[in-house]
Design a binder for this molecule. Structure first.
Ligand SMILES: Cc1cc2nc3c(=O)[nH]c(=O)nc-3n(C[C@H](O)[C@H](O)[C@H](O)COP(=O)(O)OP(=O)(O)OC[C@H]3O[C@@H](n4cnc5c(N)ncnc54)[C@H](O)[C@@H]3O)c2cc1C
Length: 347
């Protein structure tokens, strides 16, 4: 065996698994085709948003637990590595554009009181019109106090600092029992191989039913805008409207995204769909009306067929554990996926 545990893929899933294994004293090797955060995990957005607190169910409960436990995890990670991962419980504004929405959200705010167990609340407020314009929120805005943000790139950096090194240039070709075969001709064997290659992982799994693959990559585009050094953005809430996120980041930056594309020609190029999204953002958020675009970015979200986390032993290969399916909430769920993946080594 070349390693006890081999992790293929150094996104937030693979790195979280590596950290979870290391904390239990396991020997870990992490490899990646390109490098740390080369996939979806470098998203500029970093939104950590809960489901609506009404019609509570098991899925909402587990997402709530993931969001609340993440804040403790990032604190421990920051203490250990000294890297600020930019976690802020900043809240999220959802503009109310119809009067009929007001009673609906008042009801949800009551549900938040019981279902969010006092961790955070939900209220209807009059937002700062320089951040969310009055025209965009004629009936005020919901402030979801449980929503948070994280700097996804620094989160990955901190995870690497905690884990050790990542070997790059290892693009997985295929898998055999306890063995990973790479395009550079290397074969690495391990007691446990964790397949954490994001959207790429689905090609190494059987279809869930005839002609229905285990999952697919769904393209998303996003951008980073520079507002200015003294912009005081750090304390502002995220804005969310009709799939458009406007996310304040540190250092005078704001992220805007994201598209959702089933069909695409190139997974990593941006186009006019992103430009349209940026224009929509500028219309509702006066502070970014003139902001300079400093980065445009696109990658594939790993979307499992049932839109849930996909953490399971490979159905036909010995010693292979699959961990993917983060889709739109992978940053919030990676540490939970890691716990589940590590537990599979005991099962
Ligand atoms: C535009 C956009 C915005 C998003 N915004 C958010 C958000 O605000 N909040 C949130 O929670 N989630 C968000 N997501 C989703 C989130 O980014 C993903 O769910 C999560 O990052 C998936 O992590 P992963 O480690 O499974 O995959 P990835 O981050 O894609 O990592 C996979 C890694 O595997 C490597 N790899 C791929 N193929 C191979 C191979 N054959 N051999 C070896 N290595 C390989 C890649 O180089 C990469 O480093 C967003 C995604 C996109 C695209």
């Amino acid at each position: 065996m070349d390693a006890e545990c081999l992790i293929v893929g150094a996104g937030v899933f693979g790195l979280s698994i590596a950290r979870a294994l290391k904390t239990t004293g396991r020997e870990v090797v992490v490899v990646d085709a390109v490098g740390v955060g080369a996939g979806a995990s470098a998203t500029p957005l970093g939104v950590l948003a809960p489901h609506a607190p009404d019609r509570w169910n098991e899925k909402k409960q587990s997402q709530f637990e993931a969001l609340t436990s993440l804040s403790e995890l990032v604190q421990a990670l920051e203490d250990e590595t000294g890297i600020d991962v930019g976690y802020r419980r900043c809240g999220r504004l959802i503009p109310l554009t119809r009067d009929t929405h007001v009673p609906l959200w008042r009801g949800r705010a009551q549900d938040a009181e019981s279902n969010w167990q006092g961790v955070a609340g939900m209220s209807i407020i009059s937002p700062d019109p320089t951040w969310l314009s009055a025209e965009a929120a004629p009936f005020g805005a919901v402030n979801c106090g449980l929503s948070a943000r994280i700097d996804a790139r620094n989160y990955c950096r901190a995870l690497v600092a905690s884990v050790g090194t990542v070997e790059t240039g290892y693009r997985l070709s295929h898998l055999e029992n306890n063995t990973a075969i790479f395009e550079n001709g290397t074969r690495l064997s391990a007691k446990w191989i964790f397949l954490a290659t994001g959207a790429d992982a689905f090609r190494l799994l059987p279809d869930v039913e005839d002609d229905v693959p285990a999952g697919r990559g769904e393209k998303g585009q996003a951008a980073i805008l520079r507002v200015g050094p003294d912009s005081g953005l750090d304390e502002l809430p995220i804005i969310y409207r009709d799939r458009l996120y406007i996310v304040p980041r540190g250092e005078g930056l704001v992220a805007v995204g994201a598209t959702s594309e089933r069909d695409y020609l190139d997974a990593e190029t941006t186009d006019t769909q992103l430009d349209t999204l940026i224009e929509r953002a500028r219309e509702i958020c006066p502070r970014i009306a003139e902001a300079e675009i400093i980065e445009k970015w696109a990658r594939l979200r790993p979307r499992a067929a049932n839109k849930r986390l996909l953490v399971e032993k490979h159905p036909s290969l010995e010693g292979v554990i699959v961990a993917t399916g983060g889709f739109k909430t992978g940053l919030a769920m990676a540490h939970i996926a890691a716990e589940q993946a590590v537990a599979k080594t005991a099962a």
